[in-house]
Design a protein around this ligand. Sequence first.
Ligand code: HAM
Length: 425
Amino acid sequence: MIKAVRGTRDLLPPETALWNHVDRVAREVFRVYNFQEIRTPIFESTELFARGVGEETDIVAKEMFTWEDRGRAESDKGQSLTLRPENTAGVVRAYIEHKLWQRGLNKLYYIGPQFRRERPQKGRYRQFFQIGAEVIGPKEAGSESPARDAEILELLATLLDRLGIKNWKLELNSVGSSADRARYNEVLRTALDSVKAKMCADCQRRAETNPLRVLDCKVPEDQPIIESLPRVYDSLGEDSKQHFEAVKNILQSVGVPFEINHRLVRGLDYYTRTAFEFTHGALGAQNAILGGGRYDGLSESLGGPAAPGIGFAIGEDRLVLALQESAAAVQEKPDVYIAPLGAGMNAEAARLARELRRKDVSAELGDESFRLKKSFEAATKAGAKFILIVGENEVKADAFALKNLESGEQVSVPRGELVEKIQPE
Ligand code: HAM
């Protein structure tokens, strides 16, 4: 038997109804906040991620699905390509390629698959879906304003609330400008010098290559040491501090609760200043439903003009996991099951189905091989609200037996009144 590849999975009904529900609510929230959709390719040049996400990150160092193009055209040969592990780099590439700064502030969103070669476990897959957004533009268009950060965070609170996600927690931090970050890295490196010998092997390595990453360590014995390290806030310049205070102020004023997490530094290299994650208790070890932050220097590091930006990506698989209990509530069921009774009734039933479906009634169409009892069973199994009987007498009278499968009530309804009876509004 050929199975789905490890770390990938099929999404089957009825769960797909929940996914569609999440997509719909997200699109609706994006509309209300005046975001527009962008669709970028699923694979890009490897260089984009190496430069955008950062060579030193776990994603680029060990998790990318990369191959060498063997295309026929000379220009394709030997090009290194990668399935996108995330979509911020792709959006910023598109921003530069299409000179989107000419439009001022861009508020863009995307929904789609991403790929990382991670060790699969609950909530962690090799193909997973993200719902994300990026706000990017020239500084003059307001892209650097703390109002943008707060708007993004408030949008996220609205989306999670609308979906009925309870007990989410917003963890917030500022990792400072790239200069602040560099300064903090040095402060950490010095502080780690005297303690790293007592830490895990990973931390000893990180203390040399990327001291910031030490803050992500989960090894219990290392925690007291990490807690005693200098905090990033104390390395922030005055501008970064003010920016962070302004974001917090707006959040307080709009009533979005948050907690400061001094250790939140995020796993991608492009972040500057605001960094955040929303977590959810029901998800176990992979408890981050979403993450994001500011990336004021990313456009420049990809060869574009200065273009401050901020964004997030929700792990849709994790969001759906957190919502699973309510799966039954959003199952899509047909309004009516149309049961042709006996040979010769298929054509009449098909005509009725066409009329009803054109009026937006969702209909499941049976066939002549089903007798009455079997039709009732099929209608109940499909979860239909009504069953509509199409027999010779009904066709002659142009009025059909319509039975409400919940209440048991059965009435004869003239053709012209069916829609109204099935979908009373
Ligand atoms: P990220 O933190 O790498 O950020 O991913 C965002 C979210 O995607 C995570 O919080 C998680 O819910 C989900 N996720 C990541 N990896 C997996 C996986 N293997 N399986 C299932 N879900 C996963 C980014 O991707 C940034 N591009 C976010 C961003 C946008 N920052 C600024 N703009």
